[in-house]
Structures are given as structure tokens and as C-alpha cells.
Design a binder for this molecule. Structure first.
Ligand SMILES: Cc1cc2nc3c(=O)[nH]c(=O)nc-3n(C[C@H](O)[C@H](O)[C@H](O)COP(=O)(O)O)c2cc1C
Length: 188
């Protein structure tokens, strides 16, 4: 088991992914990590959809339909590329913010941030379990027609599609900011 700090300090995205995807107990642990996201008011303002197997091709159709609607002049080649994106990993996890009121008046932005933490938890837990993941969005995830096809309601908003699988290639890690470049001390 990887040391926690070693894991956190080495978190990175990996986009070249193949079989297998996490399943069974490993997938369950990854999802449980994600559902420990900080959550103001315990609203659980999240929805998580797993897309795997043949359903990925159906999701690819949804993405391609969205592109065609948004850009009617799109080439067949670009349409095919959009359709095939869903096949780039054996498991796709859609994380949505599912805004709740619950009489608690928690601002939507806080619920959105909480859903972002769910996505981050998924990504880091996938890495801890020996898998790779990358968080993606793109114009289609903001398309209400896509939401409808996924069964998401009007108060739901996709924060990301996590592509998850086994890394087939591990390129050199990207540069990371130094602490000094981002962090300063406020002394009043
Ligand atoms: C909300 C969000 C949306 C993102 N959307 C995309 C995307 O559509 N395509 C992409 O290549 N990277 C996207 N990224 C960035 C990658 O997930 C990744 O963070 C980036 O490539 C840097 O790699 P690293 O995570 O190893 O630092 C997104 C990240 C976030 C937080």
C-alpha cells in the first residue's frame, strides 16, 4: 500500500488507458473515497453515473449527436472522433453536482465545489488502487440535451467525466508549481 503522502504528492492524470477497469471491491473502495467529499450541510449534492462496456458506445452516440446539433457543418471525421472518445477508457464515471436546497440555503457554488471534490477523490483513489484516470469535460457536458439523455435533471450539472482504466503509457509528468509561486503569507 502506497504511503498517503507519496500518493498525494504523485497524483497525476493519465490519459492512455486500457483494460482492465477497476471493478468489484476495488471500484467500491474508489467510490467510497469519492463519497467522503467535504459537503456543507451534508446535502450529498452529487450524482455519479458509471458507463462501461457497450454503454460507452451509446454514450459516444450521445456526444456525437450533441456535436452535430451544436455544429451542423461538422465533418464525418470529427463526428467519428467525437463518437470514439467514449471508448478511450474501459470505465467512464460522470460526476454531476445535483443541487439540493434541503432548507439549508447552501449556495450552489459550494455544492459544485463539493462535487468537484468527489471527482478529485475518484481520481486519486483510482491511482491508489493502481489504475489511471483523467478528468475531462468539453462542450458536450454543458449541453442540456446530453443531460436529458443521461437522465440528469435541470438542477444537475456535470462537473466532469472521469476516464478510468489501466495505464498503457506513462509519459513524463508535467511541471508542478512551486509553493512560493502560489502561496504567500498574509500578515494583516
Ligand atoms: C474541471 C476540469 C475539466 C477538465 N477538462 C479537460 C478536458 O476536457 N480535456 C483535457 O485534456 N483535460 C481536462 N482537464 C485537465 C486534466 O484533467 C488534467 O488535470 C491536466 O491534463 C493536467 O494533468 P495533471 O492532472 O496530471 O496535472 C480538466 C480538469 C478539470 C479540473
Amino acid at each position: 500500500m502506497m504511503d498517503a503522502m507519496e500518493l498525494l504528492l504523485s497524483r497525476r492524470s493519465l490519459g492512455k488507458l486500457g483494460e482492465p477497469a477497476p471493478e468489484g471491491a476495488a471500484l467500491d473502495r474508489i467510490l467510497r473515497v469519492a463519497l467522503r467529499a467535504p459537503d456543507h450541510g451534508a446535502l450529498r449534492p452529487w450524482r455519479v453515473l458509471l458507463i462501461r462496456g457497450e454503454a460507452r458506445a451509446r454514450f459516444g452516440e450521445v456526444m456525437a449527436d450533441s456535436l452535430k446539433r451544436r455544429k451542423p457543418s461538422v465533418s464525418d471525421e470529427d463526428l467519428a472522433r467525437e463518437r470514439d472518445k467514449a471508448l478511450r477508457a474501459p470505465l467512464l464515471v460522470i460526476v454531476a453536482a445535483s443541487y439540493k436546497t434541503g432548507g439549508k440555503n447552501i449556495p450552489e457554488v459550494e455544492q459544485l465545489l463539493s462535487a468537484g471534490c468527489v471527482a478529485y477523490g475518484l481520481e486519486i483513489a483510482a491511482q491508489a488502487e493502481g489504475f489511471g484516470a483523467i478528468w475531462k469535460t468539453g462542450d458536450a457536458v454543458y449541453d442540456r440535451a446530453v443531460h436529458e439523455r443521461l437522465g440528469l435533471g435541470e438542477s444537475e450539472h456535470i462537473v466532469g467525466v472521469l476516464y478510468v482504466g489501466t495505464p498503457t503509457m506513462v509519459p513524463p509528468d508535467g511541471a508542478r508549481p512551486s509553493v512560493e509561486s502560489i502561496v504567500s503569507e498574509w500578515r494583516g
